[in-house]
Design a protein. Structure first.
Length: 266
């Protein structure tokens, strides 16, 4: 009996599909295009905000779906508009932030929305900031739907900060991380890459068992454990390697493309 091929490809971007220099290789582009031409949609599922995801939209096929901000946003690429928004309730986020700041002094916050990022005065952003960024007390930054609350600490390591935050938050919001620095990505209850991907897949008539997923960091764990077939990248976080079904070559070796070429006989 012929092996059943996946009916949907879900892939993280940074550390997974995108190379260390920020590029998507010609080989990866060609393989994604070939997979799409077989009628198998490729869905990008990323922690990136919209403004950092748009640069790779040319690699999304005709279905034009991208899951952004760890599941808080489904973006309709073809129509250039949001399809689904899963925001954080402002009062809960503000209360959680106050508790976290009290328990872990030195914590600072920023808020991601469809309009971009806004920051507390003390928040030290590592990347380039877009025009129109506001710096204001946290409560003032929740005057629009928030996709992610970002918490940063300049002295702790990521896993230590995450553990402390989990103790404080107690499930009121979802906390994950994907950075080499102590930057936590906080979403509304129930919002993960997996929960949003499940909705998108259902809309395409695809079951979890027919999804192949790729990732490299703890924010990918829900997606990888949900998908029927999962791959951690060779240079992924140890928790991701332990959770995934298989290990793909590293992102700088076009690992996603290598696996997909083998799976689909390209």
């Amino acid at each position: 009996m012929a092996e059943v091929k996946p009916r949907l490809v879900a892939t993280d971007l940074d550390g997974t599909l995108v190379r260390s220099d920020g590029s998507v290789s010609d080989r990866t582009r060609d393989v994604l295009l070939a997979v799409e031409e077989l009628g198998v949609p490729v869905v990008f599922v990323t922690g990136r905000p919209l403004r950092w995801t748009e640069v790779v939209f040319e690699y999304v096929g005709s279905h034009g779906i991208a899951i952004v901000s760890n599941g808080a946003l489904v973006w309709d690429v073809a129509r250039d508009e949001p399809r689904t928004v899963r925001p954080i309730e402002a009062a809960t986020a503000i209360a959680v932030a106050a508790d976290l700041r009290a328990a872990v002094p030195g914590t600072t916050f920023a808020v991601e929305s469809l309009d971009g990022i806004d920051l507390e005065p003390g928040f030290m952003e590592r990347g380039d900031l877009p025009d129109g960024v506001r710096r204001a007390p946290l409560a003032e930054l929740f005057d629009r739907p928030a996709l992610k609350l970002l918490a940063r600490h300049e002295e702790l390591d990521p896993e230590e900060f995450w553990a402390l935050a989990e103790d404080v938050v107690q499930g009121r919001l979802v906390i994950t991380w994907s950075s080499s620095t102590a930057l936590l990505e906080i979403s509304a209850p129930g919002v993960t890459k997996a929960s949003t991907l499940a909705v998108v897949a259902a809309g395409l008539g695809v079951d979890a068992a027919d999804v192949i997923a790729f990732g490299d960091m703890p924010n990918d764990l829900p997606m990888l454990t949900w998908a029927g077939t999962s791959y951690a990248m060779a240079d992924a976080h140890p928790s991701v390697v332990a959770a995934a079904d298989h290990v793909a070559p590293g992102h700088d070796e076009d690992g996603v493309a290598q696996v997909l070429a083998g799976v689909f006989g390209l």
